[in-house]
Ligand binder design. Structure first.
Ligand SMILES: [Zn+2]
Length: 331
């Protein structure tokens, strides 16, 4: 189709304050707008983080502009990841929930056991991310009223699943996809495990069968934290790399407005540079956050299927800039 052949080589830029308006030709058909629609699906990944598979999975999600919710095991998170790693996952727009400290069957825990498992896992997340998870998934899905009440007293709702391709049990990719295709629908919650390599080819197949320019892959609403910006920002100290995220993409007429925030503790007054990758020749353009650490980016015309990727400039000691993920802006 002609619309895919016409490729403009440059962003046309009109920068006014923090608002920047690239003028691609927006020629793609539009479907749903906003974060939720009847084609929104929730990918969830349990039992991580894995030192190799989780980073590969994060790259795969970014290539498709997809967001997901992770339920790491608390003790594993503490052993394998530092604060920067968890902040990186959150920077890319993903969410984190609680999956207990040691992957115990919480319905069989005696006395304060379940509370200890859930609370200690949240303590670890809070130490690394600055906030406690607002959702949890019971290990093995085993829960009872007492577990739900305990979790609720710790500010967490339970998240089950609607699609379980059993890749943890080494199902073949074909078996897993047969299961997924039958149950794939708007609102589906797909259970996968980033401790398993098999999750990667399955996610690739999901994106092939249900492309991210037709389906929205979002974080679970119950796992999002309204205070994330303030809590994550205040957990950072001088010398740390910046934190932030793209919060939403709104469709206004034929334009798309991308809203986000970015905070570098080495430049607490704001005016932090945000780099946006030009999708055709990978050159970077930049805008700045305001004094409240928010940024806004308007795209008037876009001629690409590719997600748009963003970074926050690191103003502290010489280290990498913070990647804040790739995002589908063509819905
Ligand atoms: Zn698990």
């Amino acid at each position: 189709m002609e619309r895919h052949n016409r490729v403009k080589r440059f962003f046309g830029l009109v920068a006014a304050g923090i608002l920047l308006v690239p003028t691609f030709s927006f020629l793609l058909g539009s479907s749903a707008s906003g974060l939720e629609s009847n084609k929104t699906v929730y990918l969830t990944f349990d039992d991580g983080p894995h030192p190799i598979f989780t980073p590969l999975l994060l790259t795969l999600l970014d290539e498709n502009g997809a967001k997901a919710t992770f339920f790491p095991i608390g003790s594993r998170l503490e052993e394998r990841w530092g604060s920067d790693d968890l902040q990186d996952l959150l920077n890319r727009g993903h969410a984190v929930g609680n999956h207990s400290l040691n992957h115990r069957d919480l319905s069989k825990e005696k006395g304060n056991g379940a509370k200890f498992q859930l609370d200690q896992s949240s303590v670890i997340t809070e130490k690394m991310a600055g906030f406690r998870p607002s959702c949890f998934r019971a290990p093995f899905g085993e829960k009872n009223q007492s577990v739900l009440e305990t979790a609720s007293s710790l500010g967490m709702k339970h998240i089950a699943w609607t699609v379980d391709p059993q890749e943890w049990n080494d199902a073949s990719i074909e078996e897993a996809m047969n299961h997924i295709v039958k149950r794939f629908e708007g609102g589906a919650i797909v259970l996968l495990h980033d401790r398993k390599f098999l999750a990667l080819p399955i996610v690739k197949e999901i994106f092939r069968s249900f492309p991210s320019d037709e389906w929205s892959y979002e974080t679970l609403p119950d796992c999002r934290n309204d205070e994330e910006k303030n809590l994550r920002s205040s957990s950072r100290t001088t010398g740390d790399i910046p934190v932030g995220k793209v919060v939403d993409i709104k469709k206004i007429g034929s334009n798309h407005v991308l809203n986000g925030w970015g905070y570098d503790p080495d430049q607490p007054e704001g005016e932090l540079k945000v780099f946006i990758e030009e999708p055709y020749d990978q050159s970077l353009i930049s805008i700045k956050t305001d004094s409240q650490h928010n940024f806004k980016f308007e795209i008037t015309d876009l001629e690409t299927d590719d997600p748009i990727c963003l970074w926050l400039k690191n103003e502290g000691p010489l280290r990498h800039n913070s990647f804040i993920g790739c995002h589908n802006v063509h819905k």
